[in-house]
Design a protein around this ligand. Structure first.
Ligand code: NDP
Length: 435
């Protein structure tokens, strides 16, 4: 705790994982002597750098950029880039730490990393975004590569930003490689990558409902928070699987539509116009907008899918969801539920899919994009989607079986942590104490 003083998000993530290792240590006390637990919580490398760029008024702006290369035991570092004013060392380290276990769970050979900057893309012109991305990549390019570290998108980094980052990398290095994922289809992107996290979340949730409650999305009322990439495609798949999504949000407020969200309107507002979710209520009759994003958890629902950001659902909000009869919660965002919320769900017998497992579809499909780039070949949408589905089903069963093996049947938080850990620990031990 002293070594990472003040890094509250990172400490929260590490605490949760270490708690779930207790039964593993009880069954295999010798694991302590390998030092693997001490090593796994310390990043292999942490890079912080200045990003200066010129805004539209000719003024020089300065941001802080980061890349954490957390663990490369099972493959090249892999994890997204986040552009948001809240980005700091603690946030990047918590995300990088979680990413290691998530990537391991996918079954693909990917280590863990994460990066970003405290740059706020809101209200910036296209030219400003491009200049920022070029400056950011000028430094980042010294540390990444198709076989070393492969970044992707996250909050504030979508297809446009990946394009500018890729263009700058190519200009600096004079090589066309799969150094980033989430690329456009015309230059090496994978079909179904855009949809993957949201779709994967619903495949995982469906498998969890089927195996643990003999149930499905059919006829269920669903609340999804956020209205970004993950939220939009979770809404699309939940609807396709027979659920009715009645709410979406952004950091200002939420919309409620008792008839079920009209996703064409949402896509027009968010993906084409880059507008605010509030505008939905102006365009769809009967829909209501309420200021304040946290009120979304007061809407009664059967399934809740938090898809916005970390710590967006606390203990009180969890209690409200439980009181209103929620049966399943699955995390599309990273660490959206506070420890108090998770405890409340587990104690109440609500099915709970933790982020590491439930939102791994995005990085899994990034892994499939790397695979296609290496082969210089592209699979069809259906081929990628089918592989994604299989991966999510496997992740559920791996997490569930690990929870059973260590006497916590159905606790997928512990199950996912343990299943992800076992493969990394095995590889680290096999490779010796290198660093
Ligand atoms: P986007 O930038 O596309 O969307 C983020 C959404 O969350 C927006 O609606 C945004 O609203 C909202 N949001 C951001 N910060 C806050 C906040 N402090 N309070 C309330 N709402 C907020 O990001 P993604 O959809 O890609 O990512 C969402 C989450 O999913 C993140 O936790 C990310 O790490 C995680 N994730 C994403 C993956 C992917 O493939 N994209 C993969 C795995 C996890 P506003 O516009 O008002 O900021």
């Amino acid at each position: 705790e002293k070594r990472n003083a003040g890094e509250s998000e990172f400490l929260q993530a590490v605490r949760e994982v270490l708690e779930s290792f207790e039964p593993v240590v009880e069954q295999n006390p010798s694991i302590i002597d390998t030092g693997v637990i001490d090593r796994i919580v310390e990043p292999e490398r942490f890079i912080q750098f200045r990003v200066s760029w010129v805004d539209d008024n000719g003024k020089v702006q300065v941001n802080r950029g980061f890349r954490v290369q957390f663990n490369s035991a099972i493959g090249p570092y892999k994890g997204g880039l986040r552009l948001h004013p809240s980005v700091c060392a603690s946030v990047i380290k918590f995300l990088g730490f979680e990413q290691c276990f998530k990537n391991s769970l996918t079954g693909l050979p990917m280590g863990g990393g994460k990066g970003g900057a405290d740059f706020d893309p809101k209200g910036k012109s296209d030219g400003e975004i491009m200049r920022f991305c070029q400056s950011f990549m000028t430094e980042l390019s010294k540390h990444i590569g198709a076989d070393t570290d492969v970044p992707a998108g996250d909050i504030g980094v979508g297809a446009r930003e990946i394009g500018y980052l890729f263009g700058q990398y190519k200009r600096l290095r004079n090589e066309f490689t799969g150094v980033l994922t989430g690329k456009g289809l015309s230059y090496g992107g994978s079909l179904a990558r855009k949809e993957a996290t949201g779709y994967g979340l619903c495949y995982f949730t469906d498998e969890m409902l089927k195996n643990m409650k003999n149930d499905s999305f059919k006829g269920k009322t669903v609340v999804v928070s956020g209205s970004g990439n993950v939220a939009i495609y979770a809404t699309e798949k939940a609807t396709e699987l027979g659920g009715k999504v009645v709410a979406l949000s952004d950091s200002n407020g939420y919309i409620y539509d008792a008839n079920g969200i009209n996703l064409d309107v949402v896509k027009q507002i968010k993906e084409v116009e880059r507008g605010r979710i509030k505008e939905y209520a102006d365009r769809v009759e009967g829909a209501v907008y309420t200021e304040g994003c946290r009120g979304i958890w007061s809407i009664p629902c059967d399934i809740a899918l938090p898809c916005a950001t970390q710590n967006e659902l606390n203990g009180e909000e969890a209690a409200l969801l439980i009181k209103n009869g929620v049966m399943a919660v699955a995390e599309g965002a990273n660490m959206p539920s506070t420890p108090e919320a998770i405890e409340a769900f587990l104690n109440a017998g609500v099915l709970f899919g933790p982020a590491k497992a439930a939102n791994a579809g995005g990085v899994a499909t990034s892994g499939l994009e790397m695979c296609q780039n290496s082969m210089r070949y592209s699979w069809t949408f259906e081929e990628v989607d089918a592989k994604l589905h299989d991966i999510m089903v496997n992740i559920f069963h791996n997490a569930y079986n690990a929870s059973k093996k260590y006497g916590m049947e159905g606790n997928l938080v512990a199950g996912a942590n343990i299943a992800g850990f076992e493969k990394i620990a095995d590889a680290m031990i096999a490779q010796g104490v290198a660093y």
